[in-house]
Design a protein around this ligand. Structure first.
Ligand code: GMT
Length: 378
């Protein structure tokens, strides 16, 4: 039997995609008997509560008048060094290059350790920060200092090679689905609770409301859809663009048709009442919510950019549209919402996609192999 590993995980604790992947992956590894040590500023959301084989090491930082910007990255490196030594870790798995890959390199150096570091790139750490002259070299440094680098899609792998020019090979390991959480369930009473009529179709958009999510196009396209389909648009999440989206909804007189719910934890329930996911991002390395929707039986209309076509195949398990073409997006949405046979076909094909490409067992095995490789225990 293979030895159980002690794995240090560095990730953002918030609800963003990279944090979700880091925690779900860690929890599944813990169930396989490995010992997981999360190092972060607060307990990652999904780790709240007790989980066997999972430990949390908080990064603390005292305020000090001299600091204009408290040096979180340095405090993180300091904590990484401590945990490498105190827990005798076998490897580090870092999610999102900035600042985590750099902090891991520094922490490893401080601990005078030869521990292996896996860095998983998630998207904007390359596709946005890679364009920032003030950070590009640092992203490159973090990647080059890692032992193994993975990207969540082939598209992100290609973008990293072109934008960062790393001296490391990059391997693609797709994101996966936690089948216990994301599965079709009975709709229940949520539709009624949200004030949605039985005969109204439901379109859902879930994101962190950042500019890259291009939510104005979702709202403008929805206005066109309303000319043909009686529907409500659910906007789930929070983020910097929230105020401008609310203003746009009001300017277009769509208040009675658009529901802002804020952040929610009941994703499977929300997806159970949804007929279609609407996701018109201008950058998207993978699109974890599109995969979650497929697993819950909700087909998407999404933009044909970056890693999205690796999850959604146009005309098979959803529709892909050109970025910025809101009438094409509306036409495809109307087609999907008015043709239940087509929608059912997409749903069935979606289940097949999830099982064949993104099942947790398959992806976990790929990560576990990497863990043994990097820990020198193959
Ligand atoms: O932009 C976000 O939605 C958050 C970001 C993150 O790192 O938390 O998401 C990225 O990682 C997700 C998980 O791998 C991917 O599913 C998202 O596509 C990716 N976001 C972008 O590329 C914009």
């Amino acid at each position: 039997m293979l030895e159980k590993l002690k794995i240090g995980v560095i990730c953002y604790p918030s609800l963003g995609g990279s944090g979700v992947v880091a925690t779900e992956l860690g929890l599944m590894m813990a169930k396989r008997g490995h010992e997981l040590h999360y190092i972060s500023s607060s307990v990652p959301f999904r780790l709240l509560g007790r989980h066997e084989n999972v430990h949390f090491h908080e990064v603390t930082l005292e305020g000090y008048a001299v600091f204009k910007y408290p040096p979180y990255d340095i405090a993180l490196a300091n904590r990484i060094a401590q945990v490498i030594e105190s827990e005798q870790l076998d490897l580090l798995h870092v999610h999102y290059a900035m600042p985590h890959a750099v902090a891991a390199a520094l922490g490893k150096d401080m601990a005078e350790s030869d521990i292996g570091v896996i860095t998983t790139l998630h998207g904007t750490d390359v596709t946005v920060l890679g364009h920032d002259e003030g950070l590009r070299n640092t992203v490159q440094y973090g990647i080059n200092k890692s032992t193994i680098v993975t990207a969540v899609s082939n598209s992100l792998k290609q973008d990293t090679i072109e934008l960062i020019n790393p001296d490391k090979e990059i391997r693609t390991i797709y994101n996966f689905i936690d089948e216990e959480t994301y599965r079709p369930i009975e709709p229940g009473t949520l539709k009624k609770e949200l004030g949605i009529q039985e005969d109204e179709k439901v379109l859902i958009h879930i994101s962190n409301f950042r500019k890259v999510k291009n939510i104005p196009d979702v709202v403008k396209s929805f206005q066109l859809i309303l000319q043909k389909v009686n529907a409500k648009l659910l906007l789930i999440g929070e983020g910097p663009e929230m105020d401008s989206i609310r203003a746009l909804v009001s300017e277009l007189n769509l208040e009675n048709h658009v529901l802002f719910t804020g952040k929610r934890n009941d994703m499977a329930e929300l997806l159970a009442i949804s007929d279609m996911m609407f996701h018109l991002s201008e950058k998207e390395a993978f699109g974890l919510v599109l995969l979650e929707a497929l697993a819950c039986g909700v087909p998407s209309v999404a933009t044909n950019i970056d890693g999205i076509p690796e999850v959604i195949t146009d005309g098979v398990n959803g529709f892909l549209v050109n970025l910025g073409d809101i009438s094409e997006a509306a036409n495809k949405a109307v087609q999907l919402l008015q043709d239940e046979d087509l929608r059912q076909r997409f749903i069935e094909n979606g289940f097949q996609t999830v099982e064949e490409k993104f099942g947790s067992a398959k992806i976990l095995e790929q990560y576990e192999q990497l863990y043994y490789e990097v820990a020198g225990k193959v």
